[in-house]
Design a protein around this ligand. Sequence first.
Ligand code: FE2
Length: 238
Amino acid sequence: MRKKQNDNVYHRNMSGLLLGACLALLMLNSCDTAVNTPLFTVEPLPYAETALEPYMSAETLQYHYGKHYPGYVEAANRLTGQNRFKGKSFEEVIAQTKGRPDDANIFNQVGQAWNHAFFFQALSPQGGGLPQGRLAQKIDHDFGSFNKFKSKFVAVAKELFGSGWVWLVLDEEHLKIVSTANGDTPAAHGLKPLFVVDVWEHAFYLDYQNQRIDYVKAVLDHLANWDFAALQLAQHLP
Ligand code: FE2
């Protein structure tokens, strides 16, 4: 009888140990899955490749969305797969690599992956025209008028030497237009992006050749998704 009781206790203890071990393995596995999740995925294009014509051709999007963007995502995920970046957010990786010459490639690839995801969302086949509501009021207040805002945006694009991005951002409570070079991104400067135009040559050369400013004006007039920009404003400045 005593042996039977001991056996039962032994089996209960072993069952408990096995259950505990299984739970620990499950937790380890899920933790491991969390830290091994790539930082980026290629976000779906929110319109057809032909939808932005004639202002941005399907051929441009086939190269830009189909080849350049996934290339940045692949490089960013490969480079942030190192132990020092595991489990880090985009903002944390940017803060950790900013201004460090040895990390310049990581900083630029990670910035490019994020910037491109934002850029394709910031365009729309129904884009252009005038912003509405609070965004329109804020543009009028901070730039004087929508036309003055557009002139400033084009001027900043003209001034940018080499490859980069022109952004409408929120700096604290004020709208600003800034450019960033290469893969630099507003998160590195404490700025909240509302809208962007990619002014790397791969974004426009097939359609506009060397006429970068014609491309920027066409995006502002016909493709800019002001509803998307208004949504960003509402999120950052409720
Ligand atoms: Fe690009």
